[in-house]
Design a protein around this ligand. Sequence first.
Ligand code: ADP
Ligand code: ASP
Ligand code: MG
Length: 416
Amino acid sequence: MALLVQKFGGTSVGTTERIEAVAEKVCRFRKEGHEVVVVVSAMSGETNRLIGLANEIMEEPTPREMDVLVSTGEQVTIALLSMALQKRGCEARSYTGSQVRIVTDSTHTKARIKQIDEQRMREDLDAGRVVVVAGFQGIDESGNITTLGRGGSDTTAVALAAALKADECQIYTDVDGVYTTDPRVVDSARRLKQITFEEMIEMASLGSKVLQIRSVEFAGKYNVPLRVLSSFQEGEGTLITLEDENAMEQPVVSGIAFNRDEAKLTISGVPDTPGSALRILKPVSDANIEVDMIVQNVGEDNRTAFTFTVHRNDFKRAKEVLQRVADELGAREVGGDSKIAKVSIVGVGMRSHAGVATQMFEALSNEGINIQMISTSEIKISVVIDEKYLELAVRALHSAFGLDKLAVEEEAVKRS
Ligand code: ADP
Ligand code: ASP
Ligand code: MG
């Protein structure tokens, strides 16, 4: 008998039929004797619908009221799922984040979990009940409703699993595991049997939204066994592991992530003097705009160019800030492009292999794709390219690094 935390995402609870199917699945686990805590998201499209309503009233509603609004989506699904469980003779009780007492900080719309009171859940589990908890939400110390950022139900599930010392945290979604890249973009993408926390954190932060980044960080920190599976079909899914047990067979690149959410800004003709990077980027961060990649060109005639990327939603604001900076610094001009995309290759295998960057650049060059910016770390290489070529780039890299379904099958045949 195991204690399982099972999370079902928006598509998995998208209709009452789907909710009934989830109830069937959960009941089966109960009948096998497992203790189950279920975390659910809002029905698919609901969170976006609520945000849309808010924007009909005003462009930038206060974050506190946004949280009161968007947290309602999950309250609907916990009640419906509990009813569907009860209908099947499976005792269940629903709880909102504040009822469990998932205490967070007060950063509305992207709050962090500080503490969870697992007492109440334990009492229900001991009494043989399934505990159904609303994902994505919590309460701050002053009693305000908070939410954990888009995709935050993943983090609720992992946090509950850590608090309850669950045997496994299972994230049920609309794909049957973590793939080498988004299977909706590349047909030949392949499910990974396992991936390390380190790689999964990189994949998630570089754009693979299959798991919220924070949920993976949390699982790594508290050593929560984490698995991604399909709610629509049976299968073992993908296990997120500490170390890859088959390290000998570790491929150089495990996965490819991409992100269309960024925009690029360039300020050129900046006087090449100490402190200019600070004078450019400080006003940007003071405006609460997060900067991702940064490149400074080698100076010429005591002038230099400075390029960085921000979230696409912040593009207009960042450009306004930069225009002011340019005037103050006596820089030549401010330019920008919001039609860019970032493509990244990720793999712990890169640590022990030289020439990975060359191989990446070669694959892109063969397709005539121009690289605008590059950034590297120990286990990833990211490039910024024109958004038009994104899918072509992902496909080219996927096959260049031998990740295609067919390539791997052929390799297996050769070995056997
Ligand atoms: P949920 O609503 O269940 O939380 P999400 O939409 O948040 O589901 O996450 C699942 C989606 O993540 C998939 O439908 C898939 O398109 C996308 N995705 C992106 N990258 C990957 C990847 N490497 N492996 C699997 N799915 C991925
Ligand atoms: N419903 C929230 C969202 O759409 C949280 C989640 O689904 O994880 O972002
Ligand atoms: Mg999600």
